[in-house]
Each structure stands twice: as C-alpha cells, then as structure tokens.
Design a protein around this ligand. Structure first.
Ligand code: BJW
Ligand code: ZN
Length: 253
C-alpha cells in the first residue's frame, strides 16, 4: 500500500473501532529517548564499541569468546538506560492501552526492546520478546536479579555460586521466552489491528507476527522513520518519528 498521512480517515475509524490491538515495538520507539538503535536512521549513530559491531556482540558465541567485552558493552548500555526517560511515543501507547481497556477491549504490547522504557512509562500488558538488559542471570544456577545500580565492578559480574552472570536478553540463535512469544502469537491471531512501531521488521520470529495477524484478517499499520520490508504490505504505512506520530494519532482519534 501507499504511504499515508497520519490523518487518514480510514485509519482513524479503524483505530476507533478496534477492540483488540497488538502493538509490536522496536528500537525506533526508544530512539527519541536517546537509546541507540541497531539499524536504520534514528538520528543517533548505532553504537559501535571498541571496533565491534553491535550485531556481532549479540550472540552466545561472542559472550563465550569475549565475556569481558560483551558484559561491559551490556553494562554500559544498562547504565545509559538508567539515565533515560520514556518519550511521547511510550506515553501515547500507555494512553492507547488505557482507552481500549476502559471500554473492555484487549491490548498487548509486544516489545523487542530490552530497556524496560514501556514499563517505566506505565504500560501494563507488556511482553518482552527479547528479554531485558536490566535483569542479569547466572550462567550456571540461572538465578535472576534486577540490576538498577551503578556499573558492575568486574565484567562479567559473578554470581554467589561463582559462575559468570549474563544479561537477560535473547541473543541470535537463542529461543525467545516461551510465554512471551506464545502470548504475542495468540494476540496476533485474535487482533483486529496490528501496529508495528519503530522496528526494522527483519528479526524473526517477531517479524513474522504481522503475517499471522494479516492471515487472521487484522488491519495493519506501520509507523517508522524509514521504509522497511513490510511498508508496502501494510494497510497504512506512516513515515515519521513514533514520538510524534503516535501522539498525533491519539489526539485526532
Ligand atoms: C524509528 C525512529 C523513530 C528509528 N520513530 N521509527 C527466519 C528467517 C530468517 C532468519 C531467522 C528466522 N527465524 C529465526 C532466524 C534467525 C534470527 C533472525 O531473525 N535473523 C535475521 C536477522 C535474519 N533470529 C533469532 O536468532 C531469534 N531466535 C530464534 O529464532 O531462535 C530459534 C530457536 C528455537 C528454539 C531453540 C533455539 C532457537 C532470536 C532473535 C534475538 C534478537 N536479539 C537482538 C539483541 C538483543 C540483545 C541486545 O539488545 O543486544 O534483539 S538483535 C536486535 O534486533 C535486538 C532487537 O530487539 C532486534 C530487532 O531490532 P529492531 O528493534 O527492529 O531495531 P532496529 O535497529 O533494527 O530498527 C530500528 C527501526 O526504527 C528502523 O527501521 C528505523 O528506521 C526506525 N526508527 N528512529 C520510528 N524515532
Ligand atoms: Zn549462580
């Protein structure tokens, strides 16, 4: 479909009529909070760190070969996250959930983001498909702990059992948390509106949710600063910043 302006009347009536909404978010939603994206244009350069490409650090193999470098990279990102705040896009999604659930509708926010900014904004029904950078897990006893303090003294940090701890994120080749991807899949099957916001739509299985929604008759909306592989397949593709488009959509919907 063609890119549409945000004030497309069909989009507004669909948004008003929708009773089950699934929103899939990606790094673009946090870009306006100052969190670097992995790919695409955010106005913030992708974080290249000591000559390593972020995509090469996000694997179990990288952690096995360079535990100190990978742990420090995640710890720096964790520390940066603690200095950031949700932006207008996060807040608009809280409002969308509030409106829908107040009339008995169903809302699920499936996020690929690991920064917990949706929680910080106040979103309630959130599934973290790729885990969280704020939770670290022992590689042996699997004990998990939320980490909201200053940077660790050693990298990787150690569990009390002596084993190294790793960030509670999902790396390439690892399975997504079963409950999270199952809930997102069920919501994709049942939703009448699927919204893809600030994601490059290339990382699976999250990128496959839109096809499940489409196959089950949902209308589809993408909000992204750039064209993506789904832009020509959705009902409405709105090009722009989520921190601007989402509030506009709600204000006029
Ligand atoms: C704005 C904006 C603004 C900017 N407003 N927009 C099928 C086909 C092909 C491959 C596969 C397949 N199924 C599985 C795979 C393999 C692989 C995969 O998908 N590879 C592809 C890259 C080809 N998938 C996996 O390995 C997954 N695991 C899996 O499938 O396991 C199977 C299994 C089953 C059972 C047992 C064992 C295994 C796991 C994927 C994990 C992804 N992890 C990462 C890292 C997390 C940790 C970390 O943070 O470091 O997750 S990768 C990285 O990409 C991160 C993100 O969540 C994810 C998606 O990125 P996202 O959010 O879309 O961000 P960007 O940067 O790509 O895009 C930003 C977008 O925003 C851009 O479009 C901008 O234009 C836009 N933007 N500013 C609006 N202001
Ligand atoms: Zn342990």
């Amino acid at each position: 479909m063609h890119p549409s302006p945000p004030l497309d009347p069909g989009l507004h009536s669909t948004l008003r009529a929708a009773r089950r909404i699934l929103v899939l978010t990606g790094a673009g939603v946090s870009a306006e909070s100052g969190v670097p994206t992995f790919r695409g244009s955010s106005g913030v350069q992708p974080a290249l760190w000591e000559g390593f490409d972020p995509m090469q650090l996000a694997t179990p193999e990288a952690f096995a070969r360079h535990p100190e470098i990978v742990a420090r990279w995640y710890d720096e990102r964790r520390a940066l996250r603690l200095t950031t705040q949700p932006n207008a896009g996060h807040h608009a999604l809280v409002e969308l959930e509030r409106r829908l659930t107040s009339v008995g509708g169903e809302f699920l926010l499936a996020t690929q983001n690991v920064d917990r900014l949706h929680h910080a904004a106040g979103s309630r029904n959130v599934e973290e498909l790729h885990g969280s950078i704020m939770v670290w897990r022992c590689t042996r006893c699997e004990e998990e702990r939320e980490e909201l303090g200053p940077p660790f003294e050693t990298h990787p940090p150690r569990c009390q059992c002596g084993a190294p701890r790793r960030p509670g994120v999902v790396w390439f080749g690892e399975a997504l948390p079963e409950a999270a991807i199952e809930a997102a899949t069920r919501a994709a099957e049942a939703c009448d509106l699927f919204m893809s916001v600030g994601t490059s739509s290339i990382v699976f299985p999250a990128a496959g949710l839109i096809e499940i929604a489409r196959a089950n008759g949902a209308r589809t909306l993408e909000i992204n600063a750039e064209e993506t592989p789904i832009s020509r397949r959705v009902d409405w593709s709105v090009r722009g910043k989520s921190g601007e488009i989402l509030p506009q959509l709600l204000a006029s919907g």
